[in-house]
Design a protein around this ligand. Structure first.
Ligand SMILES: [Zn+2]
Length: 412
């Protein structure tokens, strides 16, 4: 029959398999293509590849394939079990799919492309007529084979460790990034020392861990302890992204305290000024610039702390570690002599982390990549309307940001 030959060619079905018959189901708007093997076919063991004898057939299974003219298309076959003299009775491999998948290779590849293009799992499920759990399983299989295919000999010399809030409240997960290749290596559910240590040892081989030269991270003791224990040779770096957060917080806390005191004296100078202190003059409108200039002319504690925050940016422009050391010593002395509790607290913390700050001047590695990964992770979370389970969140992050070889077959 002509349709049998047409489908055989369309699907690329090769010996020992052939199309037995094709059935059109108008109610389901679906085509079922029934495959059988030739009677005298030879088989191989799926484990060792040596020839094996036919044992029996499993029950019929169905694989979703690419649509034919808007008709969902399914392949149907009873897969043989073969008997290998070494490995015993096993289900034979079929050329159109991978074990445990209910999709053909081509469909799975197409679904991965749709996911990468839409970035939204629900949309992909809708477009392809799949359930959300089918999409999840497909992504999980893709990520697992991608992780298995990673090159364990690859040198990864600069890492980033970053925290990312997960769900509401104060639950944080840890994101391990590869700064040179702009990708997430893996994530773990908490940000404790033990969890971070496990993340580092399970993601990187011993040789890879020994090859790491630097790790950019927040001034978070658990990250620092884990990294120092596991990768003693690697420099820990804190950059301007990390210091800006703390210095901004000192400015904001000072503003709040000062605003309260001024209000008690019927002075509303600092009213609605929060944004001005945090935004930075580079992004001001003309009106904002005028008001800010006026605020800075007044004798305000907020303005003084703000000024220390601004000055600290110059630290990261120092040409050498010695210059950085000199700059910091002077800045620290001046900052502490101001006598502002919030600023002193941050200055003391920066002093404790001075080796990490000076390491920036040696490596010139910033946290920009981790910051960008962080916002892309946020995007994934928003597209999925959040994740109930951490494991699903991890799979989505690695699928979209792991730069993994996701397709069922590496080349084709
Ligand atoms: Zn075998």
């Amino acid at each position: 029959m002509k349709d049998i030959e047409l489908y055989r060619q369309l699907l690329g079905i090769k010996s020992p398999w052939t199309v037995d018959h094709v059935s059109l189901n108008m109610e389901e708007v679906a085509v079922y293509v029934y495959l059988v093997e030739a009677p005298d076919s030879t088989w191989c063991c799926p484990t060792c590849g040596k020839s094996a004898s036919l044992y029996d057939h499993r029950e019929e299974r169905i694989w979703r394939h690419l649509d034919s003219c808007q008709f969902h298309t399914y392949l149907v076959a009873a897969v043989p079990r073969v008997n290998c003299t070494t490995h015993g009775v096993q289900t034979a491999d079929v050329p159109w799919s991978v074990p445990h998948s209910r999709f053909t290779l081509l469909f799975e590849r197409f679904a991965i492309d749709v996911l990468l293009a839409t970035q939204v799992q629900a949309k992909t499920a809708g477009l392809l007529g799949l359930t959300s759990s089918q999409v999840h399983d497909l992504m999980e299989r893709a990520v697992l084979r991608g992780l298995k295919r990673r090159d364990e000999d690859e040198v990864i010399d600069h890492l980033t460790l970053d925290e990312k809030s997960f769900q509401h409240g104060h639950q944080y997960m840890t994101v391990l990034g590869d700064a040179n290749r702009d990708r997430v290596l893996d994530v773990c559910e908490t940000r404790t020392k033990d969890a971070t240590s496990a993340l580092l040892t399970e993601t990187l081989t011993v040789a890879q861990r020994n090859g790491v030269r630097s790790i950019t991270m927040d001034m978070w003791e658990a990250f620092m302890n884990a990294a120092q224990t596991i990768m003693t040779q690697a420099d820990i770096i804190h950059d301007r992204f990390h210091t800006a957060q703390y210095l901004n917080a000192a400015v904001d806390k000072t503003r709040r305290t000062e605003h309260k005191t001024l209000l008690q004296q019927d002075c509303s100078t600092l009213k609605n000024s929060k944004y001005l202190w945090l935004k930075g003059p580079d992004n001001f409108t003309d009106t904002q610039r005028e008001r800010f200039a006026d605020l800075r002319d007044q004798d305000l504690a907020t303005a003084k702390v703000w000024s220390f925050k601004e000055t600290f940016r110059s630290f990261f422009a120092c040409k050498t570690v010695d210059d950085g050391h000199l700059f910091f010593t002077q800045w620290y002395e001046d900052a502490v002599s101001l006598g502002n509790t919030h600023l002193t607290k941050v200055a003391d913390m920066l002093k404790r982390h001075l080796p990490g700050l000076l390491a920036y001047l040696r490596h010139h590695r910033t946290n920009a990549m981790a910051e960008s990964l962080n916002s892309r992770i946020q995007h994934i979370k928003a597209c999925a309307h959040g994740f109930r389970r951490f494991s699903s969140y991890r799979i989505a992050i690695l699928f979209f940001l792991g730069k993994l070889a996701l397709y069922p077959q590496e080349s084709s």
